[in-house]
Write a protein of this length. Structure first.
Length: 324
């Protein structure tokens, strides 16, 4: 377990385990924040008596009926044979069923891939044995060929994690076994880019020891595009996104100018640039995946930092100056 000195809350990590042709200026805005230095938050005072309901409308038209929601339990994992520790979300396949992973449990205790029907019928497609991978923390994606792809943080021949493919009927094959030199401990989901290849990150390994960004062809050929070091940026546990400009963007949990994490840009040709370093005031130690809006702005979250040191939501606007 890894603990940040700025807060006693521990969070799970696997330690349970350049340049652009133009100058990029990153402007970060905290969502919901202002420019006034924040005082320590004051606990909200709940009323000591029930809040009265609003008076009935006297208008000729009846007041609109309030929207209500109803939850239906579809499946209970039992902590052993049918799964345990569900860290990742679901993906809906083209067949209408839902697919996901559990980090432990299953037939051997090292996690599983499962299928869930909309009515709640669960089928374990395959269980990890450690030999073919173990402890999948990330969710699946469905490739253009209809099969599902994912990563495991551990297992494989080098015990450093794997990339796997599983068919909707449950045939699982290991595509990559990480051995440290080509990366170690992938924790984020893959993406399939517009070129048809898969891209992902590892938290550790590579020549610098601090993680990699890799490309994987549909036939299983792995290329490490970049290796992180503790100097500029290091340690990515989040998935990449393909930006509107065709480059890849991601976050690192550590590294950057203040060793509090960074946002990076990577071209398909492998040109890496740090576009923003977190400084605790705007957040620290990002773990989540970025999203990009139609105007080109990025949004994301940090696990720590901000005026309360409990994390932030930020907006990153990138202004690219003309090439010099």
């Amino acid at each position: 377990m890894q603990t940040h000195a700025t807060q006693s809350t521990a969070y799970r990590s696997i330690s349970r385990r350049s340049g652009l042709s133009a100058i990029a200026l990153a402007v970060v805005t905290l969502i919901g924040a202002n420019n006034v230095a924040a005082e320590p938050p004051i606990p909200s005072m709940r009323p000591a008596f029930p809040v009265p309901a609003p008076l009935a409308s006297t208008d000729a038209e009846a007041a609109p009926q309030a929207t209500t929601y109803q939850a239906t339990l579809l499946w209970n994992f039992n902590g052993t044979t049918n799964g345990d520790l569900v860290y990742s979300g679901l993906v809906q396949g083209s067949d209408g069923n839902f697919y996901g992973t559990t980090e432990s449990g299953g037939g051997y205790g090292y996690g599983e891939v499962y299928k869930l029907t909309p009515s709640g019928g669960l089928t374990i497609l395959d269980s990890f044995t450690l030999n073919n991978g173990g402890y999948p923390a990330a969710g699946l994606i469905q490739g253009s060929n209809g099969n599902f792809y994912g990563t495991t943080e551990g297992g494989g021949s080098g015990a450093d994690g794997t990339v796997f493919m599983v068919t909707p009927s449950g045939d699982l094959g290991t595509l990559v076994m990480f051995d440290g030199s080509n990366g170690a401990n992938p924790a984020g989901s893959l993406i399939q880019a517009s070129d048809g290849n898969f891209y992902g990150t590892t938290q550790n390994g590579g020549s610098g020891g601090d993680g990699t960004v890799f490309r994987l062809t549909p036939s299983g050929i792995l290329t490490s595009i970049v290796t992180f070091t503790d100097g500029p940026i290091a340690g990515s546990g989040a998935a990449l996104i393909e930006g509107n400009d065709g480059a890849f963007y991601g976050t690192t949990e550590r590294g950057g100018d203040y060793n509090a994490g960074a946002v990076f840009r990577l071209t398909p040709a492998g040109r890496l640039a740090t576009i923003y370093s977190f400084d605790y005031a705007t957040g620290a130690y990002p773990l989540g995946t970025l999203i990009q809006d139609s105007d080109g702005n990025f949004y994301g979250t940090t696990n720590f930092g901000g005026s309360t040191d409990y994390g932030t939501v930020f907006k990153l606007a990138i202004v690219v100056a003309p090439a010099q």
